[in-house]
Design a protein. Structure first.
Length: 415
């Protein structure tokens, strides 16, 4: 086994030096900005598919450099659930960059209420990293670094985890998933996990942007991608998620991995494998319109020629939760993924038992999110963002609230 690449201490930049940067350094890997290449590998296991796809990328520029692998590992879930990046995809990336002579670490900044190292342990990534003596980073452990967004429409500055700027190469390693708020969550959206601690939630709380017919969250992600664009995308399609993503949907197995230096192009190909057009994903469309990457499949060089053979249509997320759970009326305005996930898990686990037979005026009203001006009497208010309506209504505190407490408060009030 290759010795630990982190025997040399990482040179820490001062916050002042890092704050002067408005974006990550340019990618060291070869990319044709007009006709980017994207590679799809399938038919083998997650480890083998990842290594096969990475064989098409010249990783030699990574030699002697520090590489940060940023998987989607921000939730406390078991491996192979379609919620977090497959451990063997991460293992393959560690090995490939180590073979290229790079110093590799795996880092995460999870959703609110979750500890990074515990989440990495739970989802199986810590085990493959420790086996390889690869450092695991809690990217929330140190003070944040400000990064300016000079051309931002929704945001003009972000709080970034310092490792994002300290490492020479940042690799985004998401899972193929649909997403209730953003349509999909792939390599561009996955970089939201490089925002420090609760500042990720801030993007969900933004006011409506005048004269912009898009959710402020989607505009903010497009803004963010001008600064936090990864140097390489490795998209895990071993076990993805459809429908109520990013955490309460159904599994969808593609047994494929997508790799590309242009993250927008890689996301566009992953979207196509999911039966979705990247032009229907607001943050990808807006980012491409601004010139941050390419999403037009006609101008992307995808290999192999029969790459579409592995595609499977993913069920899209419902436009609102009341469609998916017809016996409740869900009021969702400016909620974050953590709070929404708690509500989804509650409804999945107890919805049939608690709400079956209710319809019309008998539906149970439930609210999440900060953006409500008013709520009906008797609404079950879930999460701290709804606290201003708790007078005379059942209220479940927490950021995010836990499923068992939602059940307890429901039973106390309604029974």
């Amino acid at each position: 086994m290759r010795p630990s690449p982190h025997e040399d201490k990482i040179v820490e930049h001062s916050e002042r030096d890092m704050a002067s940067k408005t974006s990550l350094s340019p990618t060291p890997f070869s990319v044709n900005s007009n006709n980017p290449e994207v590679f799809v590998a399938s038919g083998a296991g997650p480890y083998e598919n990842t290594r096969m796809a990475l064989e098409h990328i010249n990783l030699a520029p990574a030699s002697g450099r520090r590489v940060l692998l940023k998987p989607n590992a921000g939730r406390m879930v078991d491996p192979h659930t379609g919620v977090t990046t497959h451990p063997q995809v991460v293992a393959a990336a560690i090995d490939a960059f180590r073979d290229a002579g790079a110093a590799v670490a795996v880092g995460e900044s999870p959703i609110t209420g979750v500890k990074a190292l515990k989440a990495l342990e739970k989802c199986g990534i810590a085990a493959v990293a420790k086996k390889r003596d690869c450092p695991l980073l809690d990217m929330d452990a140190r003070p944040y670094v400000f990064m300016d967004i000079p051309d931002g429409r929704a945001i003009q500055r972000i709080k970034a985890c310092p490792e994002t700027l300290e490492y020479d190469i940042v690799v985004s390693m998401p899972v193929m998933k649909t997403h209730m708020h953003t349509g999909v969550t792939l390599s561009v959206k996955n970089m939201k996990g490089c925002l420090w601690r609760r500042s990720k939630v801030d993007l969900h709380m933004l006011p409506k942007i005048p004269d912009v017919d898009e959710k402020s969250l989607n505009v903010a992600i497009a803004d963010m991608s001008s600064a936090l664009l990864p140097h390489l995308a490795i998209i895990d399609g071993a076990i993805g998620m459809e429908g109520l993503g990013p955490s309460a949907g159904e599994l969808r197995e593609l047994n494929a991995v997508v790799v590309g230096v242009d993250p927008f192009a890689a996301d566009a190909v992953a979207c196509a494998l999911m039966g979705i057009s990247a032009f229907d994903i607001p943050h990808l469309r807006m980012g491409a319109e601004r010139g941050y990457g390419v999403i037009d499949l006609d101008t992307i060089d995808v290999s192999p020629a029969n790459w579409r053979a592995v595609s499977q249509p993913f069920a899209l997320p419902p436009k609102n939760l009341s469609i998916e759970f017809p016996n409740v009326s869900v009021f969702d305005s400016q909620s974050c993924s953590a709070c929404q996930a708690s509500l989804l898990l509650f409804l999945r686990k107890y919805g049939e038992q608690l709400f079956s037979g209710k319809s019309g005026a008998g539906k149970t009203p439930i609210a999440i999110g900060k953006g409500h001006d008013s709520l009906p009497a008797g609404t079950l208010c879930v999460g701290n963002c709804t606290a201003k309506f708790k007078e005379g209504r059942p209220f479940v505190p927490g950021c995010p609230p836990v499923v068992s407490e939602i059940l307890n408060i429901y039973n106390e009030y309604f029974k």
